[in-house]
Design a protein around this ligand. Structure first.
Ligand code: FES
Ligand code: FES
Length: 227
């Protein structure tokens, strides 16, 4: 049994005799009744349990609570509440970026960290230019969100919501993803219910790195399954 201090959403919680086998997700949901993070698969496959720990997003079903003594943990409740939504939460509402909503807390936690990663110029597997990671905005968002699955297939509107915030915060120099954007715009790739629409020849240009990852959207992703 372990003694532990967790800081979750800027509030300290002390535990005596916590079973060291308890995951961070179960501590939040079962011990603290912080139920925003969802248990979808409990196997690191769906992203519904995503939290932000020290600025990094993590599947909380795969990490033990005792590993996070002293860490800064943020769940969806710490990002915004119904009366004080974050800009991204509002964008999800505005773009109708959810249906059943089960995946949404994880999607928003993941996307909140994603925006910071892009601001800090962290590369993804499809980044071709660290100084301009937004050149293929849809591919960037799709790749960086690929660990979060939505069984309702709200992907197109989730991308629009994230794109809008990136643009509002001037992280992106591309146009927002809209239904009527011109077809030759990098940000206007047709989105049809999967995270990673295959980039066109014009979009991938001569960038070999993108070509290597162009097979990411395979049959599994088309079915909404994690790659
Ligand atoms: S519940 Fe953690 S990844 Fe699915
Ligand atoms: S909105 Fe239902 S699973 Fe994503």
């Amino acid at each position: 049994m372990s003694n532990l201090m967790l800081t979750i959403n800027q509030q300290d919680y002390e535990f005596d005799n916590l079973d060291p086998r308890t995951t961070l997700l179960d501590v939040c949901r079962h011990h603290l009744h912080i139920t925003g993070p969802k248990k979808g698969c409990d196997h690191g496959q769906c992203g519904a349990c995503t939290m932000i720990i020290n600025g990094r997003r993590i599947n909380s079903c795969l990490t033990l609570a005792v590993m996070h003594d002293g860490d800064e943990i943020t769940t969806i409740e710490g990002i915004g509440l119904p009366e004080s939504l974050s800009e991204l939460q509002q964008a999800f509402k505005d773009h109708d970026a959810f249906q059943c909503g089960y995946c949404t807390p994880g999607q928003i936690c993941s996307a909140t960290a994603l925006i910071e990663e892009i601001k800090q110029q962290w590369p993804s597997h499809v980044t071709t230019d660290l100084q301009n990671p937004n050149g293929l905005l849809v591919q960037e968002i799709s790749e960086r969100m690929s660990g979060n699955i939505c069984r309702c297939s709200a992907y197109p509107n989730i991308i629009k919501a994230i794109s809008q915030v990136l643009e509002n915060q001037q992280v992106s120099n591309s146009s927002s993803v809209t239904d009527d954007a011109p077809n030759n715009s990098p940000a206007s790739v047709a989105i049809s219910g999967i995270w990673s629409p295959p980039p066109s020849e014009a979009q991938i240009g001569g960038h070999s790195m993108v070509k290597q990852t162009a097979n990411v959207p395979n049959a599994a992703s088309a079915k909404g399954e994690r790659l």
